[in-house]
Design a protein. Sequence first.
Lengths: 311, 142
Amino acid sequence: MSRPARRFPKEFLDRYSQFIPDFSEFLEAMQTPLRRTFRINSLKTSRDRALELLSDLRPKPIPWTDLGFSVEDGDRLGLRIEHFIGLIYVQEAASMVPPLFLSPLPRERVLDLAAAPGSKTTQMSAMMQNSGLVIANDQSPGRVRALISNVDRAGCLNVVVCRRDGGILASALRGSCDRVLVDAPCSSEGTIRKSTEALDRWSVAAIRRFSGVQRRLALAGYDALRPGGTMVYSTCTLAPEENEQVVAELLRSRPEARVLPASLPGLKTRSGLAGFNGQEFPDSLALAARILPQDNDTEPFFAAVVQRAAL
Amino acid sequence: MKHVQSIQARFGIPDEVFKGLEPIQAQDTVFVGTREVMKFNAVNPMRRGIRLCRIFSYSTKPTTWAMQVLGSRATKNVIALSEEQARRIINGGELRLEADVEDGFVLLRWNEFTIGVGLYRRPVLKSQIPRFRAVEESSAEG
């Protein structure tokens, strides 16, 4: 069901109609409220048992993850006992993708550089079977409280929570992490489907402001990788300045870095852009994934998988 | 660590549950996490693992969040609750019931899941679950 037609700023329409395919479908999808989705927390229960307990909601599988589901009537999902005891985590379907691209393994050391409120931290903790170490960082005091609360509820015993400037923390961890997730703070165009307030705040100036922070975090996150380690850079926004351009800057600064394919069975993605506003991006950015709302009924997302060269 | 042992002893939690985990005490609180979590020293983190218990002069109080993940194999001082009872306790209420447990801190179980910690003084069971997380009262309760 669509909300009443929303007036998108002319600048928004002008810039995104340049490169978003099936643009009218895109706009229609952006005005459609998001379905409620959740992830089963394998640290606390099995997939089958959770589905048995939630059978009244008739959960429908999300194709790209065994543990993700959508429900029609999910407004009260967060008020269920199953949620309180951490059997499920309410999480947007596209937000489940970056950890799946990163694929952390048990006993590894993983850095989540902008972690709050913790959906991806707790997902990675579960993928690692509560072993090894997830360093979950966020600079904002309020958001760190939410992060700790969610780590507690999900039962994550392999997480340390830090509240540091991401660049400074990553410097302290230089060369030591098997995997790094930089799910960067962004202009959050992707959240328009949740709340049109994001559209009220939208401006090209905000995009440029975020882009500077993102370039610094991406570089710091990359430097925290051990040789041969893997990083995922992701945002929930569409702006090339916050996505391809950030990764392109990283590739220019760290020429040994290489972009790996980002794909999952069951997830429709579009290639990273070849250029924007007269700027050309490296060919390898075509391997990055743009997730458009009309393709999988999700928020828009961008993700690039970057590997540090082995010694 | 004696506080971990006292929790294991009170609730009959087998040693294997704590295998690969380490406790660390900070003032009156004990945290528990993986060895890698406890060894992490690149920076001073805000939090390591999960808060296991608070230490009082008269007893050790286990936390709801730690017992949710570590208490599922407890064999003693556990009270099984119906769904209606569980909802009432999670929402901060109390119950009057007879249970085959000692007075003091108890683990509360709904189905096979530990939902948190309660304080039992026969016949009153009081919730010790943090109250900021309400759950919906069952529609079956009317």
